[in-house]
Ligand binder design. Structure first.
Ligand code: SF4
Length: 142
């Protein structure tokens, strides 16, 4: 699956949950709390494939899922630029994480970075519209 397909599919799932919470008069803080990993595993088990295994993507005591994937992630399925003959498909705007080298491509590896999963970060960057926060990630969008 391309980054863009995942992005659009995920935006639809995210919006459905937020719309449901708004219709039930959840405040901003309550929405952020709802997206806490433990609650999401219980209430929204189809939201992330890892929920089925009750497994966190990062080893954190309190992990918030509202800003998965991350506002600092940048991708372009056609390639952002070429580096040493390899196409960079994704990178981190603030240079965290690591590079993952594939045969002829370079991906951003966020597995050791917890930035977007802290509740304080989510609150600081909050918008009811996930796509509005994340659209700057998708460099395919002009
Ligand atoms: S390395 Fe961290 S801050 Fe950078 S894109 Fe990945 S999760 Fe976001």
């Amino acid at each position: 699956m391309s980054y863009e397909s995942w992005f659009n599919e995920f935006a639809t799932k995210h919006k459905a949950i937020v719309d449901k919470l708004i219709n039930n008069d959840f405040s901003k803080d309550e929405i952020v709390e709802y997206f806490d990993f433990d609650n999401m595993v219980k209430e929204e088990n189809d939201f992330c494939p890892l929920y089925k295994k009750n497994k966190k993507c990062h080893d954190m005591e309190e992990l918030n899922c509202y800003l998965c994937a991350c506002p600092n992630f940048r991708f372009n399925d056609e390639g952002i630029k070429i580096y040493n003959g390899k196409k960079i498909l994704s990178e981190c705007e603030i240079n965290n994480g690591e590079k993952l080298l594939a045969e002829d491509k370079i991906h951003q590896n966020c597995s050791k970075c917890t930035v977007p999963h802290h509740k304080s970060y989510v609150k600081k960057n909050f918008d009811l519209d996930w796509k509005k926060i994340m659209n700057r990630c998708n460099l395919n969008v002009k």
